[in-house]
Design a protein around this ligand. Structure first.
Ligand code: BDR
Ligand code: CA
Length: 326
């Protein structure tokens, strides 16, 4: 039986790749997608989810709900410079041979209620079975927690892409983007006693996709989906080259892959808190890695991925991407 999955996301180039990975994976059944403001404003994130679904032409559509339009207490900080102003690599640039836009606007079809409501509804419907993968700021999860913490606690796993535990951040010297954007939400979700698995920059930075590997893989499965992937990742590769990452870093696809196969990473049980007060340290993930006896520290509140089999992950990712494109 495929595991029911809910993806909370802010697409985002790497979020869109994670969605494609999920839909090509028989281990899971994507039941719902909720959007959250992050890489771009939430309406754009929703439009981008609908774009991915439109290109995939699935026979069975997941429910889609739009979530929080801003962090719990702060203004939105977005990342159009990384993902394009539309969040998907500026797709308006592409036209077909006859001059018509290759990606005309898609009409969103949304479930009733908002993102946090849909998270809670799925937690109830798939009692004890639902796996949630959170790929953006944790605002929707924090709101779901506020509305019904017991129901949220019934989920089977919560896999979160976020934080920089023992490595530098990617927005500030110490903070990773998803935690930086909504530190209060991240702090509340980490304190909530949920079955949380953290996939921080420490491991995602090791999963860098090269243009040649992607092109080689897509050449084996040409068609509209391969064309779409090639188009929306262009901007991501440009950013990767400028920033010295040497390719497209697969932050969100790695988190999704861990939901499919936890053995891709090795994890440590740690107590992690998120800095909400500091002016230099906003959104910093503070993990207690002191070599003290357990009784002298706060108990672990999550499992943190500290190493990854990057080769095995990249092979899985490219194989599934090709599957999605057929
Ligand atoms: C995270 O930030 C976003 O820009 C990516 O989509 C990913 O979720 C990496 O820090
Ligand atoms: Ca993301």
């Amino acid at each position: 039986m495929a595991i029911p999955l809910l993806i909370d996301t802010d697409p985002g180039i790497d979020d869109a790749l994670a969605l494609l990975l999920a839909f090509a994976s028989p281990e899971v059944s994507v039941e719902a997608i909720t959007t959250v403001a992050g890489n771009v404003p939430v309406e754009r994130c929703t439009a981008n989810v609908c774009r991915v679904l439109e290109v995939l032409k699935l026979s069975r559509q997941p429910l889609v709900a739009q979530g929080a339009s801003k962090p719990l207490v702060r203004s939105l900080v977005s990342a159009g410079h990384v993902h394009g102003e539309d969040g998907l690599g500026d797709l308006h640039r592409f036209s077909d041979a006859d001059g018509s836009p290759r990606y005309p606007p898609v009409e969103p079809r949304l479930a009733p209620g908002d993102g946090p409501d849909l998270i809670l509804e799925c937690a109830a419907r798939f009692d004890g079975e639902l796996v949630v993968v959170a790929l953006g700021p944790l605002t929707n999860l924090a709101l779901a927690l506020q509305r019904d913490s017991r129901r949220l606690a019934s989920i089977r796993r919560l896999v979160v892409m976020g934080g920089a535990v023992a490595c530098p951040g990617n927005v500030t010297p110490v903070a990773e983007f998803n935690f930086y954007v909504d530190p209060e939400a991240a702090a509340r979700v980490l304190q909530a006693g949920l079955p949380l698995e953290l996939i921080p920059l420490d491991v995602t930075r090791q999963t860098v996709l090269s243009r040649s590997a992607l092109d080689g893989s897509l050449a084996a499965c040409p068609g509209p989906i391969a064309q779409f992937v090639s188009d929306f990742t262009l901007k991501g590769f440009a950013f990767g080259a400028d920033s010295g990452e040497g390719g497209l870093t697969l932050h969100d696809p790695l988190a999704l892959a861990v939901a499919l196969d936890p053995s891709l990473v090795s994890s440590e049980a740690l107590h992690v808190a998120v800095e909400c007060g500091g002016s230099l340290t906003r959104g910093m993930a503070v993990a207690d890695r002191r070599p003290l006896p357990a009784q002298h520290k706060r108990p672990p509140n999550c499992r943190v991925a500290m190493s990854v089999d990057a080769c095995r992950f990249l092979a899985l990712f490219l194989d599934r991407l090709c599957r999605a494109s057929r």
